[in-house]
Design a protein around this ligand. Structure first.
Ligand SMILES: [Zn+2]
Length: 73
């Protein structure tokens, strides 16, 4: 697990999946096959960088329940 410098990411801690409107914490990424699937999100072009979780929430993103707790869905 690591921050990414590919796709739209440039080392930011949080990655939003624009397809599912979910935000992931790359410092706590779940790398199991059924986990966050960050690389798949980037490959699909659905990655959106966030430096702050609050910013992601303001934009309507929900927490991933694998790497962040408190999903509201
Ligand atoms: Zn996640």
């Amino acid at each position: 697990m690591a921050r990414r410098h590919t796709g739209n990411m440039n080392g930011e801690r949080y990655l939003g999946n624009t397809s599912k409107k979910e935000v992931h914490d790359l410092d706590k990424e779940d790398t199991k096959s059924n986990g966050c699937q960050i690389d798949e999100i980037i490959r699909a072009g659905h990655d959106k960088p966030f430096n702050s979780l609050t910013t992601a929430h303001v934009q309507g993103y929900d927490n991933c329940d694998k790497c962040l707790s408190g999903s509201t869905r």
